[in-house]
Design a protein around this ligand. Structure first.
Ligand SMILES: Nc1ncnc2c1ncn2[C@@H]1O[C@H](COP(=O)(O)OP(=O)(O)OP(=O)(O)O)[C@@H](O)[C@H]1O
Ligand SMILES: [Mg+2]
Length: 300
């Protein structure tokens, strides 16, 4: 009998010791987490209540750690965004100031160059206006929790309007600008103004980044309840390593070239934002030296 009691007591002590070790491991992990060490984990702790608690605690730590990383990333994006805005505003502003000073210091009397300087001031002012307009568009899209208006939009008519507006721009580079007839394309529901901006931004890029005598084509197809509008060009194309980033705000493959063409790198960010707000999306295929195709798909 005595030996049975002794064995029972030893088993109880062992059981208590094992449980207290597991409880200690949990407590130690909680302390490390509380001290800000988000790498701390309890690790495998067997079954039972304590095992379940350990698993939940580890899952929680995992989730908080990934949320913190996400917050840090968005904070870095926000800081980058502010730095980019300041830089993009400062550049044309400095140019305007420099040209105005040159005029004040005597160039105003130089009939030959005066108009050139004034034209530069106007060009830089236009650039700032475009940037501010794009920023306002993005900020309105960011802050507007409501879905965009859902009026029926005839995409063929919209594309015809946009191509007509941009025809002179293409003409200056002797580019062919072809609008393929949209056959059997149903109307989509959406915000006409925003969808017009999508087509304008894509066509503006296609024209800008296609060398003289190239071709820009707009077409549409419908399948599985989605309309896809494609803007295709025979332009300079986009290197594969840049493709994943071109929809980011301010991202440009060749900053100097884009800036020379008056761009700030917000056009595609706006396109993506609008397409997603319409429950659609945008995709790109491109080969450097051969051309690019941007496809916007929208639910019917
Ligand atoms: N059709 C295209 N062909 C080649 N590169 C393109 C094309 N469209 C976009 N890109 C590249 O993607 C970048 C981002 O395009 P995005 O429209 O956002 O900016 P942007 O045209 O330079 O300036 P913005 O649109 O603000 O005037 C461009 O700078 C260019 O490098
Ligand atoms: Mg653009």
């Amino acid at each position: 009998m005595a030996w049975l009691l002794a064995a029972l007591a030893a088993a109880c002590a062992g059981w208590l010791f094992w449980h207290s070790r597991r409880a200690e491991r949990i407590a130690a992990t909680i302390e490390r987490l509380a001290a800000g060490d988000w790498d701390a984990r309890v690790g495998p702790l067997g079954g039972g209540r304590l095992g379940r608690l350990a698993r939940s605690l580890d899952r929680l730590a995992e989730k908080v750690q990934s949320d913190i990383a996400q917050l840090r990333r968005s904070d870095a994006v926000r800081k980058d965004f502010t730095a980019n805005v300041s830089h993009e505003l400062r550049t044309p502003l400095a140019a305007i100031k420099a040209f105005a000073e040159t005029l004040r210091e005597g160039a105003a009397d130089d009939a030959e160059h005066r108009m050139e300087f004034i034209a530069e001031i106007e060009r830089n002012a236009d650039r700032m206006t475009r940037l501010v307009d794009d920023l306002l568009t993005l900020s309105a899209l960011d802050s507007d929790a409501r879905p965009p208006a859902a009026e029926p939009v005839d995409l063929m008519r919209l594309a015809a309007e946009v191509t007509a507006t941009l025809k002179p721009l293409a003409g200056r580079k002797e580019l062919g600008l072809r609008l393929e007839p949209f056959r059997d394309i149903p109307a989509v529901r959406g915000d006409r103004g925003q969808l017009k901006q999508v087509l304008t931004n894509l066509l503006d890029n296609a024209i800008k980044f296609t060398p003289e005598k190239g071709l820009v084509r707009v077409s549409a197809a419908c399948a599985e309840g989605r309309v896809t509008v494609a803007v295709q060009d025979t332009g300079i194309g986009i290197p594969a390593e840049d493709l994943p980033r071109i929809f980011e705000r301010f991202y440009r493959v060749d900053k100097a070239r884009s800036r020379e063409l008056g761009g700030t790198g917000l056009g595609l960010a706006i396109v993506k934002h609008i397409a997603e707000a319409h429950h659609g999306g945008v995709a790109v295929e491109s080969r450097p030296g051969e051309g690019s195709t941007f496809r916007v798909c929208l639910p019917v």
